[in-house]
Every structure is written in structure tokens, then in C-alpha cells.
Design a protein around this ligand. Sequence first.
Ligand code: PEP
Length: 252
Amino acid sequence: MRRKLIVGNWKMQGALAQNQELLNSFFTERGLLSVDLAVLVPAPYLAQAQGQLQGTGWFWGAQDVSDEVRGAFTGEVAASMLLDFGSKFTTVGHSERRQRHGESDQVVARKAQRALDVGITPIVCLGESLSERERGETRSVVRRQLAAIIDLLGASAMAQTVLAYEPVWAIGTGRSATAEQAQEVHAWLRGQMGEHDDEVAGKLRILYGGSVKPSNAVELMALPDVDGALVGGASLVASEFLAIAHAAARVN
Ligand code: PEP
């Protein structure tokens, strides 16, 4: 049985006072013990997240990590630095980074490796653009993205990772994948993993991301191969994020 994981991705949003209020409203909530919960904050707020969430059962983490260990890489943040502030997770390969910063599948794989090297769980984001879906290329795109990670990390290390299927056309658009679309890709991704290692495939958590909100969370979280959600916009509104977490807890 895979435990559900609900992760909030604040993206480049937040401010000290506003974060304090949001974080407080998360951990004072009871009744969510059957799911794992995490928030990914902008790097400057990791200390704040650590200060407020430590000991509450909630996890926190970052949205990106350098593919280098340390050195002359201006502006980058090393995995060891994220760990210094108690980060449990970091996303790698979010489509906003693949698009804006030209991150290749190989760079994303190296980032996942750096996170794993220090014991941080990489949440590897995969997903096709609208034009790729319309051309019928969804499977070939996510297969290529997944293969780059497995090639570098090796199949057994994939057990220490989380995947997030995030169709690019569903991110921040209000247009979620349908339950059928999400289940189809998740099951297929698990099948791809199974071709390398069946046991890891059975354990691997695959999150869905893309306009998850309280109104679609119940249906999405109930899907057999959807093991949680990566939530952008709705993670900035406590009542919405908690409603999504409760939806996952109900079906866990
Ligand atoms: C995301 O940022 O990963 C995301 C899924 O955003 P949203 O929930 O706003 O679509």
C-alpha cells in the first residue's frame, strides 16, 4: 500500500508574515495523520518553514537544486544547503524550469542525483505540452524524461524518488487532466518502471499535478495509480490545500 503524499509548491510566492499565517494554519489541522504532507517554499524561506514545521509531522523542502556539489556557480543552491535547513524533498525538472531555464533531461537527472546523494527525496516532474499531447506524443515524451532518470540513478535507486506527472497544459490553467487521462499515464509510467524493476514500480509514488483543487481532488486521489498530488495555486490558500489533503486521507 503506497501512502498518499500531498505536496504544496508555492513557486515564487510568499512573504514572511503571510507565510507565518499559512504555515500555522497547516499544522494546527488535525486528522491528516494517514497522509504525508509537505510544502516546497522559495529557498530564502526554508529556515522559516523549518522553524515553524519542525516537530509537527509536516515536511518541507525546495523547488530546485543545483546539479553541482559546490563551487563557483553564482545563484545556485546546493543539495547540502537545502539539507542544512531540514529539507525532506525538492522538485526537479518542473516544467517551468525546463521551459524557462532550458533544463535538459540529463540536467534534471543530475539534480535528482545530487538530492539523493545527501538524502533528500527528489520529486521528479514529467509531462507533455499541449502540442505534444495533440500529436499523440505523451508516452514518448514521458518515457524519454523517465529514462534519463533511470539511466543515471539506476532502477533500484528509483525507490528513493517520487515522480510527479504534470501535463504542462494543466499547470496553472485551471484545466486539470481528466481522471481517465491521469490514470492512463500513471499506470503506463508504473509499467515503464516495472520493465526495469517490478518491486520498485509497486512502491514508487506517482503524484498528479496540474490544477488540482478541492472540487477534483476526491476523484483524482481515488485513482489506483495516483499516489498523491503536487499542488501549485491551491497550496497558497489554507482551506483549499487542506481540503485536498483531506480528500487524499479519505481514500488512503
Ligand atoms: C505546479 O506548480 O506544479 C502545479 C501543478 O500548479 P497548479 O496546481 O497551480 O496547476
